[in-house]
Design a protein around this ligand. Structure first.
Ligand SMILES: NC(=O)c1ccc[n+]([C@@H]2O[C@H](COP(=O)([O-])OP(=O)(O)OC[C@H]3O[C@@H](n4cnc5c(N)ncnc54)[C@H](OP(=O)(O)O)[C@@H]3O)[C@@H](O)[C@H]2O)c1
Length: 295
């Protein structure tokens, strides 16, 4: 039986991926690699076939046991971990030494072009160590509206970012989870390829605030600020330094870049259409408008 190890399983993408993988691939053992097994078990109460292994990106002595007898590693970079040499080099070496040959890495759209982001270096590391790989390169998550941007949306019905008029391509995490499950299931067919996974809409934040206003029926605003003020605002909000830098770069650099490419990979790989922003906002309306909602 094939064994698939999922890092980041309790996060946004991981949760979706685990559900789709359990649905699609009942011939494999699906193992989640987590730093708190009890908390992870609570996250997946209805998935009885799932296995759990202790694993911590920041504890090198957790690697060997977690990586034993694994066929495919799904690797995700947690947002607060940006130091590739310190964390990913030892991790990938341990994976290789423990006999893992295949890695599916959750990267980001355009990673191959931008040497300043950690995903670029991780992709190169995976290739240079000699893994068979698939790089999943999604565009901008719709769920940023219901995670990092949510407190300000709920409190002031406002989005503040250093992004000016830059357009982002918007993708639903459910679509990323589903497509990642398809790619893992047919690894051999897709090996040593990179797939951009995008939605069908390129929109700037002014346009998105207008879609929010129309769909929800009350006024939402967008405020563009300079990147330095944005960085210090995030630090003041308690965001960890590495994550604040990545957030600033990811929202500021697109001002100087071409609009994102729109890809039909999601449709080709799943036979389905990606979620639209309007569908997403309709689905998540309650969460966006209810400050005390507990999910
Ligand atoms: N936001 C975007 O628009 C966008 C677009 C493209 C790509 N990406 C990339 O997507 C990735 C983030 O994915 P996500 O949103 O699914 O992340 P997320 O929701 O923040 O989840 C992070 C996961 O990593 C786990 N984790 C954190 N620290 C750990 C540690 N020390 N040891 C073991 N596990 C640890 C967390 O587990 P716990 O439950 O233990 O905390 C959680 O499962 C980033 O690499 C980001 O650059 C983001």
């Amino acid at each position: 039986m094939k064994r698939i190890l999922i890092t980041g399983a309790t996060g946004n993408i991981g949760t979706e991926l685990v559900h789709y993988l359990c649905e699609l691939d009942n011939g494999s053992e699906i193992i989640v690699a987590v730093r708190n097994v009890e908390r992870a078990k609570e996250k997946f109460p209805n998935l009885s076939g799932l296995s759990f292994r202790l694993f911590d990106f920041e504890e090198q002595n957790s690697f060997d046991t977690a990586f034993k007898d694994i066929d495919i590693l799904f690797l995700l970079r947690p947002p607060h971990i940006s130091e590739v040499d310190k964390y990913f080099q030892p991790l990938l070496k341990s994976a290789k030494n423990n006999g893992i040959e295949k890695v599916v890495f959750l990267s980001v759209q355009g990673a191959e072009k931008s040497k300043v982001i950690p995903h670029n270096r991780i992709e190169r590391l995976i290739k240079s160590i000699g893994f068979k790989y698939i790089f999943v390169r999604p565009s901008y998550f719709m769920q940023n509206l219901t995670t990092t941007l949510l407190p300000e949306l709920q409190k002031n019905q406002t989005i503040t970012l250093p992004s000016g008029q830059a357009k982002f391509n918007w993708i639903d995490l459910k679509n990323i989870g589903e497509v990642s499950a398809v790619l893992i299931k047919s690894f051999e067919k897709h090996k040593n390829k990179a797939y951009e996974i995008t939605g069908t809409e390129n929109k700037n934040f002014q346009e998105v605030s207008e879609i929010l206003s129309e769909t929800i029926g009350s006024k939402f605003n967008f405020k563009s600020i300079n990147p330095i003020s944005f960085y210090f605002k995030k630090r003041k909000d308690g965001i960890e330094n590495g994550f604040a830098i990545v957030m600033t770069i990811l929202h500021f650099l697109p001002r100087f870049q071409k609009e994102p490419e729109i890809s039909d990979n999601f449709n080709k790989l799943t036979g389905k259409k990606p979620t639209t922003l309007k569908e997403f906002i309709n689905r998540e309306k309650d969460r966006i408008t209810t400050p005390q909602a507990v999910y």
